[in-house]
Design a protein around this ligand. Structure first.
Ligand SMILES: Nc1ncnc2c1ncn2[C@@H]1O[C@H](COP(=O)(O)OP(=O)(O)OP(=O)(O)O)[C@@H](O)[C@H]1O
Ligand SMILES: [Mg+2]
Length: 225
């Protein structure tokens, strides 16, 4: 079953948050294993804050010696395997990336973010060359403003869209998304009296999840073609 990793050489790009959002959305209809492959353990921390939504299991990776076994065991029991990686290159990251059907690279929309995203894509491509296979990757704009974009933001957006595969959907900067790290669980477990904009966040998350499924199909067809 497909493996999706979240990678970026830049810390704080939105990997863990985007992984939680995609996992809790996909778990509405199927079984997900989320692997926490970041020694900082933010995903594991999230998983302990509240009961996990049905359909989600979180596995804390034991490190580079175990990751390949953890991924194949997860593949055998879940429809989708999502891996949250640390924000720097490591053997653990490269093993996980090389096992992935799709690597999602979250990024902001400032020039430095775009440069970091391009560097991460280059590292993924290098990993692919070492393994003699193309590792599909796509940039996801995350933590961007929902309001109208500035000229600079538009420029960076089109620069990346011209250079690589990019998700049409952006995961905007939303309190409902950051609240997941305080409250645990998914967007549907958040309390509307405590958190604003849950409906818009759910619509945003749904659009992201359906595009992720389309993208998996697209890269699969591109590979068998
Ligand atoms: N779409 C979003 N809306 C609001 N806040 C967000 C969003 N994405 C991420 N954040 C916030 O930004 C911070 C960093 O996000 P996150 O932990 O997901 O990044 P990361 O890439 O996993 O970082 P690290 O490299 O340190 O693991 C968190 O506090 C999170 O709550
Ligand atoms: Mg993280």
């Amino acid at each position: 079953m497909p493996v999706i990793s979240f990678a970026s050489s830049k810390g704080g790009a939105g990997k863990t948050t985007s992984a939680i959002i995609l996992a809790t959305e996909l778990a509405q209809g199927t079984d997900i294993v989320l692997i926490d492959a970041d020694p900082a353990g933010r995903l594991t921390r999230w998983s302990r804050l509240a009961p996990l939504p049905p359909g989600i299991e979180v596995v804390t990776s034991q490190g580079e010696r175990s990751i390949q076994d953890e991924i194949s065991a997860a593949r055998a029991r879940a429809t989708f395997v999502l891996i949250d990686l640390e924000g720097s290159a490591s053997r653990l990251t490269s093993f996980a990336v090389s096992e992935s059907d799709l690597v999602i690279v979250p990024t902001g929309d400032e020039q430095q973010d775009a440069d970091e995203a391009i560097e991460t894509l280059a590292q993924i491509a290098m990993e692919g060359r070492a393994r003699r296979r193309d590792i599909p990757a796509a940039v996801l704009f995350a933590r961007t403003n929902a309001a109208v974009k500035s000229k600079l933001e538009k420029h960076i957006n089109s620069q990346l869209r011209g250079a690589t595969r990019v998700f049409e959907t952006e995961l905007h900067r939303r309190t409902a998304f950051s609240s997941l790290h305080n409250m645990g669980g998914g967007l549907r477990q958040l309390d509307p009296s405590e958190v604003n904009g849950i409906d818009k966040a759910i619509a945003n998350a749904q659009a992201f999840a359906s595009e992720a499924i389309d993208m998996l199909e697209e890269v699969h067809h591109a590979q068998v073609a």
